[in-house]
Design a protein around this ligand. Sequence first.
Ligand code: NAP
Length: 279
Amino acid sequence: MGRVTAMALASMGAQVIVVDWEGEEGTRTRDLINAASGRDAAEFRYCDISSLDDVRRLAAEVQTAWPALHVLVNNAGITDPVRRLSVDGWEMHLATCHLGHFLLTQLLLDMLERSAPARIVNISSDAHKAGKGLDFDDINNEKIWGGRRVSNNAAFVAYHRAKLCNVYFTLEMAERLDGTGVSTYAVSPGYFVNTTIYRNISGLFRIGAGVVFGVGTLLGLNTPEKGARTQIYCAADRGLETLSGRYWSGCRDVPLSALARDADARARLWAFSVEATIA
Ligand SMILES: NC(=O)c1ccc[n+]([C@@H]2O[C@H](COP(=O)([O-])OP(=O)(O)OC[C@H]3O[C@@H](n4cnc5c(N)ncnc54)[C@H](OP(=O)(O)O)[C@@H]3O)[C@@H](O)[C@H]2O)c1
């Protein structure tokens, strides 16, 4: 969906910075965008978003090489049953889906404010509702793997928590950005969009997901193009500036879930994220 989004924004006239931790995939996306647009609309920058040093390097490169930044789409995400740690020691769902985006956004905030009107689009998921919320006694997702190396269930819990972090982050940022001309949106792309996100899931769930993906694709319901519609809308549609801090699904702002409204968890996550990435 990141590629679809970058292509769509370039087709509207934007200069796009494509970021990936896979050099081949990233340069392929850049080349596809430049071929489709008939101009040098895209550049590729390498970054493992789970690595805080990589994020710092990317932010510095962007600030040096581009005069302005109008839209930041925090899209990268994973679902991985193997318990892995980032180079900084954070569990990979937390590091990839939340901490990297958190730090990148903080480092680019000055640039976004100078470029205002500007937007930050955070790709969350309705999976943020499907669990018990954040556990601040297990913020690094150690207990949920319970000593196992591989667990689909643990991956879903870690993913649920990370996607809830995306919503808290959006709500907190919206308040902090009030009056700056920078607005922010949390997006749910829908269910079982046919991308590579579930490629590491195994067993019965993989078979089930394969069936859902197959049927959805046959009916044209869950293509990456359909899944990316709401994030493209939040990145580029006119008139959304007054709707900062909302949760979007199907190109509409929809009510926040009960978990998302937990102001105490939101404040604790903010304090933890600052401590983990900046302090
Ligand atoms: N698919 C769904 O049904 C669905 C539903 C709700 C929300 N979402 C969200 O939508 C967003 C996009 O996911 P998608 O479905 O399009 O899945 P995807 O095809 O797997 O795309 C995720 C992208 O993130 C990249 N990525 C993963 N780890 C990274 C890292 N450490 N550094 C830099 N890039 C990294 C992946 O690169 P590689 O492929 O090279 O690893 C891939 O390009 C995610 O935030 C996901 O949580 C998806």
